[in-house]
Design a protein around this ligand. Sequence first.
Ligand SMILES: [Fe+2]
Ligand SMILES: [Fe+2]
Length: 208
Amino acid sequence: MFCLKQPTDGGWATEALCDVDATLIDHAHCEMKAASNVLSLAGRYPTDFDLARALTDLAREEIDHFQRVLSMLAARGVALGPPPVDGYAVELRRAAHELPREPFATALVDRLLVGALIEARSCERFKLLVEATEGQAEHTDLNALWGELLVAEARHYRTFVDLAVRASGGDRGRLVARLERLAELEGAIVRELSHGGASRAPRATIHG
Ligand SMILES: [Fe+2]
Ligand SMILES: [Fe+2]
């Protein structure tokens, strides 16, 4: 899906649905982190009006997603708890730092590319969850929520890529080439996590 090089393995959705509460907790934290991330980026580049506008629009949507997942948790009588260590995001940022230095690839550009990959992976996994819950009466609400969010995260992926193209000077070809390189590294991180690798994060997470 999109630029992803490593599909999530077939058993992931089944595992995620074995503990829906844990999956929703992880999902809620992912939405909050997505909102915090774009707000922190907007605060770092406040003089770029168009960027700040696009990022704060994203933040508004991610907060809405967070609140909707929170409502699902509340309806199930489940507390959110503190966020776990996000091994996937940590490794992905580290991977971006390890990419070759190229003049157009500023810190902002690489952060936008990391954002694009996180959106792509979330979108892929929402799709798996939608497919796995299709027609299941006990998961009607979740199926609808994940179906709606996968469309939003797909749009966010495109927004991040477009913002990265703009921030890198407008050459889409060279930007996409860098995104493809980072996607290879992201695939390796996902493979490692799916085998219970370096991260302590549970396997059934929305990303990673
Ligand atoms: Fe979201
Ligand atoms: Fe998103």
